[in-house]
Ligand binder design. Sequence first.
Ligand SMILES: CC(C)(COP(=O)(O)OP(=O)(O)OC[C@H]1O[C@@H](n2cnc3c(N)ncnc32)[C@H](O)[C@@H]1OP(=O)(O)O)[C@@H](O)C(=O)NCCC(=O)NCCS
Length: 210
Amino acid sequence: MLFWKRLGGWCRSLYIISGCVRRPWAAMMTRTYLSLHGVKAPKNLCTRSLPFCRRHPKAVIELGNDLTICNKLRENAAGISHRTVLVANQPGARLVVGNHVGISGAVLFCSKEIIIEDYVNIGTGARIYDTDFHALSAKDRRRNTPGAVKAAPVRICEDVWVGSNVIILKGVTVGARSILATGSVVTKDIPPDTVAAGVPARPVRTLPRT
Ligand SMILES: CC(C)(COP(=O)(O)OP(=O)(O)OC[C@H]1O[C@@H](n2cnc3c(N)ncnc32)[C@H](O)[C@@H]1OP(=O)(O)O)[C@@H](O)C(=O)NCCC(=O)NCCS
């Protein structure tokens, strides 16, 4: 019995010690992975595994300092089902993430411009798209007509909290300090200091300024 208790203790210590090695290793691997995709790694990048990154050679992905990226369930037990995705897939696209931002298994898919300002938290499974991906007209979808897909810049202002599984669509600006309730689909601008919820998301409460 004593042996098993001791063995458990040793395993726990080993796990904790190996964590001290694994974290800097993961951050180093992520820096290398990002730089291979032409993305300058931020200062104080906090991550324990690799995100997924795709960048068109003529697109820009900028990541701010003190960025936390979670990619696996063990990094955020709120429920991560895939890696964080950072994509800028068109020439001239700009995906800009500010300082002190946290992203948990979310998708940031940019074909024009997505700006995430400082101190934004993006919850598990959230999706931020500045494009519809496909054209509205069936004819254009069949032909893949260039320029037929609607796209418009998205801006998430400072201190916004994006709840889990929120979807933010093209052309939306979310005002500073607002909160997007879990599962909402944001199709229109949300003013600052507002809780928005639902499909499509509507303001449901105004927050006091702190
Ligand atoms: C369906 C879609 C293509 C329509 O685009 P659009 O024609 O530009 O539509 P609009 O943004 O002008 O919205 C029209 C209305 O539908 C509502 N709406 C749009 N998408 C909605 C959604 N997912 N859920 C609920 N309402 C929605 C808008 O709020 C708006 O409502 P209103 O008329 O009361 O103001 C777009 O809303 C969408 O879902 N894009 C993402 C597609 C996607 O998931 N691609 C990735 C995988 S292939």
